[in-house]
Design a protein around this ligand. Structure first.
Ligand code: NAD
Ligand code: ZN
Length: 379
């Protein structure tokens, strides 16, 4: 490739300050260093995690920064030591990596790579502690090792899943975070039995993907919980059989769910990021066998509080990043589920805009409208 080894100038959406609209700037993207890959991003979507770190209300502010982690692209060039990927390969970046070498990567039970697990406060590459993005020499920080709100970005090879080149990147880009996370949270972690009752807290894209997982597992009753009453209509397409809005009740929502289900739900999956919803999700599961899984990214200072008796009564609380999928090993197979039409992604993509309109995607997420907004980089 003519650009290999050279600095590439391209457009990126830069967050200069917390909560201020992103601005499209010309950035310089340095060539990939050892074990790194430069990727041409074709499509990127917005996940609520990007919004939390842009608002930086309950998170560490790291600015100026290029956010974005849900995307699909093509390898432009590779750095020294990269043998698994070549220019032209189709890839999905993942915010948590897989080095394939550490104790976690070697364990069947974990996807929390020692080297490349999510780090929300680091704004530089792990190899040399530097950023690959500059504007007139001024360093711009990375975000969770992906920074996909840029036409080109540099990513550690361990944070890239090589996928089937026939898979349409404008659709499968949403598997790079939210949809795989929700799906895996149910299928790999909550593991509901056929005929069981599952509660899903938060009916955004992540929660509805968790719901899709519950439907696939054969759950017979799926209760959606959300503060936004408009979320129910959409959720019905994902198998939602009952809807509870905590605002419609004077008692805590966990009590409402326990009453509705004669003792509690078999499984609960929390996809809100709100600590009270996390507590409710745990306290609404049935004693003896109930399992609750936390997925939402909490406020930095959040504290989870519950009575220990809730555990003694044989309830289980778990949490997960990326639905426990190992990004490089497992994500290509999730893409194949889509290719075999076992997983519909189109219903998650409610909006699509040119990259220049990225702030529209933020507005939609803040208003709670739609699920995923895919941005087209080449427009
Ligand atoms: P979203 O904003 O589209 O959806 C969140 C939904 O939760 C909204 O519909 C909102 O109305 C609802 N909600 C908020 N507070 C609530 C409460 N107290 N009770 C009930 N409902 C409530 O967001 P999303 O993109 O679907 O992401 C969901 C969460 O998952 C976020 O916290 C995000 O950061 C997190 N996330 C985690 C991982 C992971 O690997 N663990 C990966 C991706 C996203
Ligand atoms: Zn590892």
């Amino acid at each position: 490739m003519a650009t290999a080894g050279k600095v590439i100038k391209c457009k990126a959406a830069v967050a200069w300050e917390a909560g201020k609209p992103l601005s499209i700037e010309e950035v310089e993207v340095a060539p990939p260093q050892a074990m790194e890959v430069r990727v041409k991003i074709l499509y990127t979507a917005l996940c609520h995690t990007d919004v939390y770190f842009w608002e930086a209300k309950g998170q560490t502010p790291v600015f100026p920064r290029i956010l974005g982690h849900e995307a699909g692209g093509i390898v432009e060039s590779v750095g020294e030591g990269v043998t698994e990927l070549v220019p032209g390969d189709h890839v999905l970046p993942v915010f948590t990596g897989e080095c394939k070498d550490c104790a976690h990567c070697k364990s069947e039970e974990s996807n929390l790579c020692d080297l490349l697990r999510i780090n929300v406060d680091r704004g530089v590459m792990i190899g040399d502690g530097q950023s690959r993005f500059t504007i007139n020499g001024k360093e711009i920080f990375h975000f969770v090792g992906t920074s996909t709100f840029s036409e080109y970005t540099v990513i550690h090879v361990g944070c890239l899943a090589k996928i089937n080149p026939e898979a349409p990147l404008d659709k499968v880009c949403v598997l790079s975070c939210g949809i795989s996370t929700g799906l895996g949270a149910t299928l790999n972690v909550a593991k509901p039995k056929k005929g069981s009752t599952v509660a899903i807290f938060g009916l955004g894209a992540v929660g509805l993907a968790a719901m899709e997982g519950a439907k696939m597992a054969g759950a017979s009753r799926i209760i959606g919980v959300d503060l936004n009453p408009e979320k129910y209509e959409q959720a019905k397409k994902f198998g939602c059989t009952d809807f509870v809005n905590p605002k419609d009740h004077t008692k805590p929502v966990q009590e409402v769910l326990v009453e509705m289900t004669n003792g509690g739900v078999d499984r609960a999956v929390e996809c809100t990021g709100n600590v009270n919803a996390m507590i409710s999700a745990f306290e609404c599961v049935h004693d003896g066998w109930g399992v609750a899984v936390l997925v939402g990214v909490p406020h930095k200072e959040a504290v989870f509080k519950t009575h220990p008796m809730n555990f003694l009564n044989e309830r289980t609380l778990k949490g997960t990043f990326f639905g426990n999928y190992k990004p490089r090993t497992d994500l290509p197979e999730v893409v194949e589920m889509f290719m075999r039409k076992e997983l519909d992604l189109e219903k998650f993509i409610t909006h699509s805009v040119p990259f220049s309109q990225i702030n529209t995607a933020f507005d939609l997420m803040l208003k709670g409208e739609g699920l995923r907004c895919v941005m087209r980089m080449n427009e």
